[in-house]
Design a protein around this ligand. Structure first.
Ligand code: NAP
Length: 298
């Protein structure tokens, strides 16, 4: 298993000395070498005078994921984040899950509570903080949410608590969006599923006040210069939020800026969800000044 052998290598080679007081944190996912999470968590641990060390564990497949989770117990790894594509798969390997995870069906944070592995989802907290700090008001608004994966579920979970007028769930694979609609049917007044490449897309965008991208389209090195929608669909009236945070100004955000729409990068959501995970693992409270410093300097 790549993740474990990397950890052993790091410890054996003395790249980092982990003593009894030190605690290990990490990220489980696939193709995650670009992740900013180690920077965030190691920074927080350093400036707060704590002994946590955060590593990237690139996991090849679900079989290795199961082994990695077992290794958490054996090696007493204090906590991990989980990202694409394991947020759903990982749930079956845990002892307990938090209340909101039951509804969301996705875990992005695991805490090792004395051998019991507990799953949380802090993406919801991340989106909540982003919306609050940017003053985005969803009440009586129509939203086009592009994507229907784990991040989209966290956004819908948040939206269900606002007094939303209508939600367009736009996805490449219709079945996945239909499932998300079914999960939240009781919570949102109107939900309509739209195919990303279908002819109802332009109507949905036109009727929307807020557009949110929760697909990886726009992501540096993989989908850079790709936007989920055509530039001419975006108007000045739109507020456009891109959950992709690298680069900060994605193609979608650049197109939106060119149309004088309001743009919001996913970087704040990333930082807030990370801070919330860090607080869950360590029990420490992260000062707002530190969060601001991360947002400005990452
Ligand atoms: P996920 O569960 O794998 O879902 C990915 C979604 O993107 C699915 O709806 C998928 O459509 C769609 N998609 C993937 N590739 C596509 C393509 N080539 N064309 C069109 N649609 C495509 O992933 P996730 O956890 O939701 O994460 C999605 C993105 O959000 C990632 O880029 C991640 O970095 C970002 N994110 C950001 C934050 C933050 O804090 N800012 C937090 C979480 C996630 P199908 O259903 O058709 O496959």
């Amino acid at each position: 298993m790549q993740g474990l052998s990397f950890l052993k290598w790091v410890i054996i080679k003395g790249v980092i000395t982990v003593n009894n007081k030190d605690q290990i944190l990490g990220l489980l996912g696939k193709n995650i070498e670009f992740s900013l999470s180690p920077k965030i968590h190691n920074y927080l641990s350093n400036v707060m005078g704590l002994n946590y060390h955060y590593f990237i564990f690139d996991i090849e497949n679900s079989t290795d994921l199961k082994k990695a989770i077992e290794a958490m117990r054996v090696l007493k790894i204090q906590g991990v984040n989980v990202t694409i594509p394991y947020k759903k798969d990982v749930m079956q390997n845990l002892d307990r899950i938090d209340q909101n995870v039951k509804k969301l069906g996705a875990v992005n944070t695991i805490k090792n509570e004395e051998g019991q592995l507990v799953g949380y989802n802090t993406d919801v907290d991340g989106f909540d903080e982003l919306a609050y700090n940017k003053g985005v008001n969803f009440a009586h608004k129509t939203v086009s949410l592009i994507g229907a994966g784990g991040a989209a579920a966290a956004v819908v979970y948040y939206l269900a608590k606002t007094d939303l007028k209508k939600l367009y769930l736009i996805n490449r694979t219709i079945g996945r969006a239909e499932q998300l609609k079914t999960d939240f049917l009781q919570d949102i007044a109107q939900i309509e599923v739209i195919e990303l490449s279908g002819n109802r897309l332009s109507t949905a965008i036109d009727h929307s006040d807020i557009i949110i991208n929760s697909t990886p389209l726009g992501l540096q090195d993989r989908y850079e210069q790709i936007s989920p929608i055509k530039a001419d669909l975006i108007k000045e009236k739109h507020t456009v939020i891109d959950l992709v945070y690298k680069p900060r100004i994605t193609k979608l955000l650049q197109d939106s800026k060119d149309q004088d729409a309001r743009i919001i990068s996913g970087i704040e959501m990333l930082i807030y969800q990370a801070v919330k995970s860090f607080e869950i693992w360590t029990g420490a409270l992260v000062e707002y000044d530190l969060v601001k410093e991360l947002i400005n300097n990452l």
